[in-house]
Design a binder for this molecule. Structure first.
Ligand SMILES: Cc1cc2nc3c(=O)[nH]c(=O)nc-3n(C[C@H](O)[C@H](O)[C@H](O)COP(=O)(O)OP(=O)(O)OC[C@H]3O[C@@H](n4cnc5c(N)ncnc54)[C@H](O)[C@@H]3O)c2cc1C
Length: 587
């Protein structure tokens, strides 16, 4: 098998992976950097982000405010040392992007504009109209092209980590164009593989978000942390799951039930505020978990609008006027017209909660290091953990910049410390074994188990039992079903046995990643007998700080469900309190 030599390899060329690659190249021009991605970098999901990235910049704001909003928004499950690092580095990273050419939207006086976002009690979300992710990714991508030391491997699918004597020594990957396997030797590895929302059927996530990065680390013995916390975004288009950014509400859009009532005031997010004048911490600018849960409650009362795709609420932006909508939310207008046939200038748009983001992921410390020497992780695949039980909108783009860079610096330190490379014989043996496993999968036949069949059953189970509200009964059923699917997956059969762009093979591997992540979600959710942030149990409705002010850790066990362990949350100065979005002056 051909091998590629590098000092640091990076799995993933989205925002986190590109930011890490640039930081490495800038720190030491002699480093050899391999940037591996299953899609062309600009097709990574970061490109789809709409609303913006949070960072303190205005005089009435402070790092302390950003810290408090994030920790409270996360229902005190955030590690506060990690949040401190995030808020301190955020403005520096966003200004750095400006210097690299990111076209941030402007105030009339020419200074950087910010917009309100859910759960943020000050305006601090930097944006580039409603195409922020596109512009951020483009800026990073074009900057990365300056560095000859970043060698790109686009359309390479990583299947396994090379781990020898308790250290990470690289990866093996399929070159999709030829079907050939390549070994990537690296003295340090950064995983930046993105989220896993595709294990649910109704999601804003692009088709590539199948949790591969999480599964790679998990199978190599690194825990997946806080996986039970899956974020629903309140406003997806019912027809497709396509996101209408929270900026719609940040700009003053309101949510109505079928009777025309701004129902959020009935769920601790009142009082009603005047149209077009968003008031921080109330109503539509409540955090995502609370707004999605209020939708569910209204649906139970029969107050939602029936549509051909199920019940929906109405997102009314008419009072913003055509000029503002065109300037600030052009993509939202385009998508509403294209996918729903509704123009937000003249009519309210039906929307409903949709799976959006994984708060959990690969267990890392504040240096973005995992417990496996030589392995680092950043971006949505990692849990560092700044998001706790509920991420605030616009913190994720910031996270992938701040911790993408941090992972690079930590990997560099590790390389400079100079651990002896793993010997060639051991690397070759590991890669040959990985190739053998793939060959066996390609050749298997006779079981009738298909990728599409198992994937559908997995998605249905997740939607029915691991959604906005959960019960012991539903989660137990989901855990049993996922164990069954894991056993059946071991017999899965491919229809396409060819080498060139074999999407049947790639989707089978992606399904394997999703099944592992799904089991970590449901087992962690079953074990967490409380309600906190995005994890709401109908049978344990209160937050329980005595037992569960702790991170869950799902540990991989071959052919069995994961073992669930716990670790204390890092609390430096903000003690758990009440999350108050009523406008009544709480924390
Ligand atoms: C529609 C939408 C809108 C959003 N809007 C916002 C917003 O306004 N503000 C905000 O803060 N957040 C937003 N988010 C969240 C945020 O965009 C994501 O969390 C973030 O972009 C993830 O970046 P990443 O670099 O971790 O991963 P991604 O950008 O998803 O990149 C993952 C990379 O990993 C690679 N990869 C994965 N598996 C493999 C494999 N097996 N082999 C090789 N390569 C692999 C992929 O090719 C890709 O390059 C939004 C998300 C969505 C879905």
């Amino acid at each position: 098998m051909e091998s590629v030599q590098s000092d640091v390899a990076i799995v993933g060329a989205g925002g986190a992976g590109l930011r890490a690659a640039i930081a490495l190249a800038q720190s030491d021009p002699k480093l050899r950097i391999a940037l591996i991605s299953k899609v062309y970098p600009m097709r990574s999901h970061t490109c789809a982000a709409e609303g913006g990235a949070a960072g303190v910049i205005k005089p009435d704001d402070s790092l302390e405010h950003h810290f408090n909003d994030t920790v409270g928004g996360g229902d005190w499950l955030c590690d506060q040392d990690a949040v401190d690092y995030l808020v301190q580095e955020a403005p520096k990273e966003l200004i750095q992007l400006e210097h690299w050419g990111c076209p941030w939207s402007r105030e009339p006086d020419g200074s950087v504009a910010v917009r309100p976002f859910g759960g943020m009690k000050k305006q601090r979300t930097w944006f580039a109209a409603d195409k922020s992710g596109f512009h951020i990714l483009h800026t990073l991508f074009q900057t990365s092209l300056q560095f000859a030391s970043i060698e790109r491997f686009d359309e390479y699918y990583v299947t396994e980590l090379l781990v020898h004597e308790g250290r990470c020594a690289g990866v093996v990957a399929i070159e999709m164009r030829s079907g050939q396997m390549r070994r990537f030797d690296a003295r340090a590895l950064i995983i930046a593989g993105g989220g896993a929302g595709r294990m649910f059927p109704f999601t804003t996530n692009g088709a590539i978000k199948t949790g591969d990065g999480m599964a790679l680390a998990y199978r190599a013995g690194v825990a997946l942390k806080d996986m039970e916390f899956v974020q629903y975004h309140p406003t997806g288009l019912p027809s497709t799951g396509t996101l209408l950014t929270e900026a719609c509400r940040g700009e003053g859009g309101v949510l109505l039930n079928k009777n025309g009532r701004r129902f959020l005031q009935d769920y601790g997010m009142g009082p009603e505020t005047p149209l077009g004048k968003p008031v921080f911490k109330t109503m539509e600018l409540g955090p995502r978990d609370r707004v999605s849960q209020a939708f569910w409650q209204e649906q139970k009362k029969g107050n939602m609008m029936p549509t051909q795709w199920g019940d929906a609420m109405l997102l009314d932006m008419r009072h913003l006027g055509e000029k503002t909508i065109n300037e600030r939310l052009p993509l939202v207008r385009d998508m509403s017209i294209s996918y729903m046939g509704v123009d937000p200038v003249t009519d309210p748009v039906p929307v409903r909660p949709v799976v959006h983001y994984m708060m959990g992921g690969i267990d890392t410390d504040t240096r973005a290091a995992t417990r496996l020497p030589g392995l680092f992780a950043a971006g949505e695949c990692a849990c560092v953990s700044i998001n706790g039980a509920n991420r605030l909108g616009s913190n994720s783009l910031t996270e992938l910049l701040v911790f993408g860079r941090r992972a690079a610096l930590s990997a560099l330190e590790y390389v400079k410390a100079g651990a002896a490379p793993v010997n060639e014989g051991a690397r070759a043996a590991l890669a040959t074994a990985a190739q053998g496993r793939l060959r066996e999968l390609m050749q298997r036949s006779g079981s009738g188990e298909t990728v599409a069949g198992l994937r559908k059953e997995m998605m249905q189970t997740m939607e029915q039992n691991a959604g906005i509200y959960r019960t012991s009964e539903g989660l137990t059923e989901a855990c049993a079903k996922l164990s069954e699917l894991r056993r059946r997956y071991a017999r899965i059969e491919l229809h396409d046995k060819t080498n060139v762009y074999n999407t049947d093979l790639l989707q089978a591997l992606e399904l394997g990643s999703m099944l592992d992540c799904a089991e970590a979600v449901t087992q962690s959710a079953l074990a967490r007998q409380e309600s906190r942030g995005a994890h709401q149990r109908l049978d344990f409705t209160a937050r329980d700080d005595v037992k569960f002010l702790r991170h869950s850790l799902a540990l991989y066990a071959q052919n069995e469900p994961p073992r669930i362990d716990y670790r204390d949350v890092v609390i430096t100065r903000s003690q758990p309190g009440v999350r108050d979005y009523s406008g009544g002056g709480g924390k």
